[in-house]
Design a protein around this ligand. Structure first.
Ligand code: NAG
Ligand code: NAG
Length: 516
C-alpha cells in the first residue's frame, strides 16, 4: 500500500470527528429562574461539567459560580432567594395541603417568570441574539423559559430537580400508571392500598388539570406581553422539549417505563470525597459507638423549632451513647450535651460517607436522601412538605428508614426511632440500595454531558421524540377505540333486543294459532 498522504490523514481525522460527538466547542445556555439553591445543586454540576469539557456555557440563575472554570459565564438574576422556611408552617398536614402546595408553586412560577422576562440578565441574552446549540432549562412550576428557547430558535433540554411533576409526563410521552407510580404530590411508595391508588389517580389528574387551566394561561399572558401576541402557547412550546433529565434513580425511587429521551440522573451532584475539617474528623473518628447526624436541609431552620421539640431532641441526645452532629444555625444551644457537636454549615456528603456514621435524621429532602443512599446510611425521616413525603415513603419501602412525624417529636419518639434504624436489617438494606445506586456503566455527569452533545449535534434529537407527544389524549388513551367498541356493543344489543322483541311479540300468536 502507498504511504499515507496528508489527504489520507485529513480523511482519517474527518472520520474521527464524526465518531466523537461534539469534539468542537458548543454554545450552551442555562435558564434557571427559580431561586431555590437545592434545585440549582442539581443543575450546577452539569453546567460546570460542560464548561470543563471545553464548551462555551452561559448560565442565567440566582447562584453565580464562586470560581468559574474558563468558558463558564454567569448572568445573575436579582431578587429574593428562597433560603429559609420556618418549621412551624408544617405542624400538621391535611389532604388540602397538596392544593396549597400547588397554589404556592403556581404563585412562585408566575412571579419568577415575569421577573426573569424583565430582568437585566435576560435582556442581555436577547440583545446578543447569539446562536445557541442547546438551551438547558429547569422544568418546575411554569414553562416560561420554553418561550425564551423558542425566541432563540434553539433546541432545549429540561431538568427536574425532584421526581417528575404531574404535568411533565405527557410532554415526553411517559405513561403515568397511577396504580404503581406514586405521584409527587401524594407521598406514597409504589405499594399503594385502594385508597392510596384512588388519591394518587385523583391528585395526578387534578394537578395536571390545574396546571393546564390555571398556570399555563397566566404564563401565556406574560410571555405574549414580552414577545408579542403571536407567540404560541407555552403548552405547545413545552412539547418541543428534546430530552428530560430527572434527579431520580430506580434503586431509590422505583422502576418506571421511561423512553430513551428521559434519563434518571440522580446523584449527579455528588462529588468526590473531600477531607473533613480536623476538629470534626477527630469527633467522628473518636466515636466508638458511632455517630448520629441531624440535618433538616438548606431551607428549614432548626432554630425555629418550638422549644418543646428542641428540648426533646436535646434530652434524647443526652441519653445516646452515640455521638451526635446537628446542623444548628446558632452559635450556641441551651443545655448542649457533651456528645453533641453543632455547626451552621456541615459537609454533609463527607460526614455521611464516614464509616462511623450510623444514622441520619433528615427532613427527607432529595439531596440529603440521595447522599445517604449513596453512602448507605439508614435514615429517620421527618418529612414536612413537597417531595419529602415521597422520598420518605421510598426509603421506608426499601427498608432503609423509618418516619418520625414532625407533630410527634418527643424524647421517646426520637430515641425509639434512632434505636430502630440502628438494627442491622436497616443497614443491610441501605447497603444493598447504595450498591445498586452506585454501580452504573457511566457516571450521571458523564451520561448527561454525552446526551447534551448528542442533542446539540443532532439539532434537537428529533428521532428521540415519542410519537405520543403528537397525538391527542383521546387517541393516546385509545378512548376512540373504546367508544367504537362500546358503539358496536350497543348497536348489537339494540338490534338483538329489537329482533328478539319482534320474535317474542309473534310467538304468542304462534302459540295461540296452535291451540286453535
Ligand atoms: C410583568 O412585569 C412587568 C414589568 O414589571 C409589568 O409591567 C407587567 O404588568 C407584568 N405582567 C404581569 C402579567 O404581571
Ligand atoms: C441564638 O443565640 C442567641 C445568642 O447567642 C440567643 O439569644 C437565641 O435565643 C438563640 N436562639 C435559639 C433558637 O436558640
Amino acid at each position: 500500500m502507498a504511504e499515507p498522504t496528508p489527504g489520507h490523514l485529513l480523511l482519517l481525522l474527518g472520520l474521527f470527528c464524526t465518531l466523537v460527538p461534539a469534539s468542537y466547542s458548543l454554545k450552551i445556555l442555562g435558564l434557571f429562574p427559580h431561586p431555590g439553591i437545592s434545585h440549582f445543586r442539581f443543575f450546577h454540576p452539569i453546567m460546570r461539567g460542560l464548561a470543563e469539557k471545553g464548551h462555551d456555557v452561559t448560565v442565567l440563575s440566582h447562584f453565580p459560580d464562586k470560581s468559574p472554570p474558563p468558558g463558564y459565564k454567569d448572568l445573575s438574576l436579582t431578587g429574593e432567594l428562597l433560603d429559609s422556611v420556618d418549621v412551624q408552617y408544617f405542624e400538621t398536614r391535611h389532604f388540602y395541603n397538596r392544593f396549597l402546595e400547588f397554589y404556592m408553586l403556581n404563585h412562585f412560577g408566575k412571579h419568577h417568570c415575569n421577573a426573569t422576562l424583565h430582568s437585566e440578565a435576560l435582556a442581555q441574552v436577547l440583545q446578543e441574539r447569539q446562536h445557541y446549540d442547546v438551551v438547558i432549562l429547569e422544568q418546575f412550576n411554569s414553562d416560561c423559559m420554553a418561550a425564551v428557547a423558542h425566541q432563540l430558535n434553539a433546541p432545549f433540554i429540561g431538568m427536574v430537580s425532584s421526581a417528575m411533576l404531574p404535568w411533565h409526563y405527557e410532554r415526553v410521552g411517559v405513561p403515568m400508571v397511577t396504580s404503581v407510580m406514586p405521584s409527587l404530590f401524594v407521598g406514597q411508595s409504589e405499594d399503594m392500598t385502594f385508597g392510596g391508588r384512588l388519591t394518587n389517580w385523583f391528585l395526578h389528574h387534578a394537578m395536571t388539570f390545574l396546571y393546564d387551566f390555571y398556570t399555563t394561561p397566566a404564563i401565556d399572558v406574560m410571555v405574549r406581553e414580552k414577545f408579542g401576541q403571536n407567540t404560541p402557547s407555552v403548552a405547545e412550546l413545552a412539547k418541543k422539549i428534546s430530552m428530560l433529565f430527572v434527579n431520580q434513580h430506580f434503586s431509590l425511587s422505583g422502576v418506571k417505563p421511561l423512553p430513551p429521551s428521559v434519563l434518571d440522573l440522580g446523584g449527579m451532584h455528588i462529588q468526590k470525597a473531600k477531607p473533613l475539617d480536623p476538629e470534626l474528623q477527630k469527633f467522628i473518628d473518636g466515636a466508638e459507638h458511632g455517630v448520629v447526624y441531624i440535618s433538616w436541609g438548606s431551607l428549614i431552620r432548626a432554630t425555629t423549632l418550638p422549644a418543646a421539640k428542641r428540648e426533646a431532641i436535646v434530652r434524647a441526645v443526652r441519653q445516646l451513647k452515640q455521638r451526635v452532629i446537628w446542623k444548628w444555625e446558632n452559635t450556641t444551644l441551651e443545655d448542649k450535651p457533651d456528645n453533641l457537636y453543632i455547626s451552621k454549615w456541615l459537609p454533609q456528603r463527607d460526614i455521611l460517607c464516614h464509616p462511623n456514621v450510623k444514622v441520619f435524621l433528615s427532613h427527607g429532602g432529595l439531596m440529603g436522601t440521595t447522599e445517604a443512599t449513596y453512602c448507605g446510611v439508614p435514615i429517620v425521616v421527618t418529612p414536612m412538605f413537597a417531595d419529602q413525603f415521597l422520598n420518605s415513603a421510598a426509603l421506608k419501602y426499601r427498608g432503609m428508614g423509618v418516619e418520625m412525624i414532625y407533630h410527634d417529636i418527643t424524647e421517646s419518639t426520637v430515641l425509639s426511632s434512632i434505636r430502630e434504624v440502628l438494627k442491622k436489617e436497616y443497614l443491610d438494606n441501605a447497603k444493598a440500595v447504595s450498591s445498586s445506586y452506585k454501580n452504573r456503566p457511566q457516571s450521571a455527569l458523564e451520561t448527561a454531558i454525552w446526551w447534551v452533545e448528542y442533542v446539540a449535534t443532532t439539532k434537537g434529537a428529533p428521532l428521540l421524540k415519542a410519537h405520543a407527544v403528537h397525538v391527542s389524549r383521546f387517541v393516546y388513551h385509545s378512548w376512540d377505540i373504546y367508544l367504537f367498541l362500546v358503539a358496536i356493543i350497543l348497536i348489537s344489543v339494540v338490534s338483538w333486543t329489537f329482533i328478539c322483541t319482534k320474535l317474542w311479540s309473534r310467538r304468542p300468536n304462534a302459540v295461540k294459532q296452535k291451540s286453535n
